[in-house]
Design a protein around this ligand. Structure first.
Ligand code: C5P
Length: 240
């Protein structure tokens, strides 16, 4: 399949058209950014790791009946995905208090939540991706109430499957961010990526951080943790 025009370049990925209208190529970059792009770095090997990690996770989710835009991994840095219109919401699911929730509510990082929390953030760089509630989303006409119900239900179902998956490889799934899109028929499907860039993942025995917080908080070599996640996921995938 030919790689054609660059359609979009984001902080971590480039999207190219293909010779099929409804299919695009995603190229994972080595760029790491945090704090709405204020902190930036190039980290050799990150794109390759996130491409394979996301591909394995989307394939595992598919085997559990959760469809996404993912079609196949094409090369070290590229995957083929269904073209979707991204809904401009970041859907965050939290199982353990960490990050912005800990800061906002003054709660200690690392404390487990009795019930998982779902939050919506408006994807808007100029505004710094603000937290929004259902009324805000309706006012902005980003999604309807039935669509929000679908997003919440999908996010919780994905949380259930990801929790099982990460538990099986000795990793605590603290929280994560999802993005959804609408396909050509208007159906809402999971999109973007699921990787240590978008999840907080702690080793179950030592609580060592195996995710992008290593970069955000200057804790050392980010790729070490990502490689560890990939190695363990490869093991899990070989048992499916
Ligand atoms: O920063 P915060 O605690 O709100 O992040 C919650 C989760 O969402 C974390 O796993 C983080 O990696 C992810 N996230 C993301 N992209 C953003 C904001 C948060 O992947 N723009």
């Amino acid at each position: 399949m030919e790689k054609n025009r660059l359609l979009y370049e984001g902080k971590a990925k480039r999207i190219y058209s293909t010779d099929q209208e409804l299919v695009v190529r995603v190229e994972y970059k080595d760029s790491a950014t945090a704090f709405n792009g204020e902190k930036k770095s190039e980290i050799a090997g990150k794109g390759v790791l996130n491409n394979e990690i996301t591909s394995l996770i989307f394939a595992l989710l598919k085997s559990k009946g959760i469809n996404s835009h993912f079609i196949q991994r094409l090369s070290e840095k590229e995957q083929l995905v269904q073209k979707v219109d991204i809904i401009p919401l970041e859907v965050v699911v939290r199982n353990v208090i960490a990050g912005s929730l800990s800061k906002r509510l003054g709660l200690e990082e690392g404390t487990g939540l009795k019930e998982s929390i779902v939050e919506f953030y408006f994807k808007n760089d100029e505004l710094g991706d603000p937290l929004v509630n259902e009324d805000h989303i309706l006012t902005l006409e980003i999604a309807s109430l039935p669509e929000l119900d679908i997003l919440r239900a999908q996010a919780l179902k994905i949380n259930e499957e990801l929790n099982k998956l990460f538990q099986s490889i000795g990793v605590r799934l603290i929280d994560f961010k999802l993005e959804f899109g609408k396909d050509a028929d208007g159906f809402i499907i999971l999109a973007d990526e699921i990787s240590p860039d978008t999840c907080r993942l702690w080793d179950a025995d030592t609580n060592t951080k195996l995710d992008k917080d290593v970069f955000r908080r200057d804790l050392g070599d980010l790729t070490k943790g990502y490689q560890e996640i990939l190695n363990r996921l490869r093991g899990a995938a070989s048992h499916v």
